[in-house]
Design a protein. Structure first.
Length: 165
C-alpha cells in the first residue's frame, strides 16, 4: 500500500458526479506519478471509505460539491479541519468523513494524519447520463494540475515495503 492516496470519488453515470473518475482516469493514463502515490477512482462513501484510507499517511479526496455560492466548475480546496460537505463525504444515508476517520481510529486502524479535499462546484448531480456538464468538464485539466501540485507538496521520503517497514 502506498502512503499517499489521491481518492477520486464519484459515479461516472450521474453527470457531474463523474468528475472524480474523470480526474482519476487522466492521472492514471497521462501522468508520471511518484512511487509513493496511488490514484484510485471509487464510487464509495461512509464506512466504505475506511478500506481505502486505512494505512495511508496523507490523502487527497477529489469529489463534487454544491454550495450554491460558486459557479459550476469552480475548484474548492479545504482540509479535513475545514470540512464542508461534498457529494460523497456527507449524505443523509452515510456517515461523514470525520466520523469515519474517528471510527477507524477507535477500531485501531492507522488512519491518515492529513486529509485534504479538492472539490468541483457541480452543476448537475441528478441526471443519469455519462458525461460532465461543460463547465465541470473544463475544470478537469485544472484539477489534474492542482493534484500534481498537492502531490509535490506532500512528498514522502521513505516508502514502506510490503511489510510496513
Amino acid at each position: 500500500m502506498k502512503p499517499v492516496l489521491v481518492l477520486c470519488l464519484g459515479n461516472e453515470y450521474i453527470s457531474d458526479d463523474g468528475f472524480g473518475p474523470a480526474v482519476a482516469a487522466r492521472l492514471n493514463t497521462g501522468s508520471e506519478l511518484p512511487d509513493y502515490v496511488e490514484v484510485l477512482g471509487a464510487a464509495v462513501a461512509g464506512f466504505n471509505l475506511l478500506d481505502h484510507l486505512a494505512g495511508r499517511q496523507r490523502v487527497l479526496i477529489v469529489d463534487t460539491i454544491r454550495t450554491g455560492k460558486s459557479a459550476p466548475g469552480f475548484l474548492h480546496h479545504f482540509s479535513l479541519g475545514e470540512l464542508a460537505p461534498t457529494h460523497h463525504l456527507t449524505t443523509s444515508h452515510q456517515i461523514s468523513l470525520p466520523t469515519a476517520l474517528e471510527f477507524g481510529r477507535r477500531l485501531g486502524l492507522a488512519m491518515p494524519a492529513a486529509v485534504d479535499v479538492l472539490a468541483v462546484e457541480a452543476d448537475d448531480l441528478e441526471t443519469l447520463r455519462e458525461g460532465l456538464t461543460p463547465s465541470v468538464a473544463e475544470a478537469v485539466d485544472q484539477a489534474v494540475l492542482e493534484v500534481g501540485t498537492w502531490i509535490l507538496e506532500n512528498r514522502v521520503k521513505e516508502v514502506p515495503d510490503n511489510n510496513g517497514r
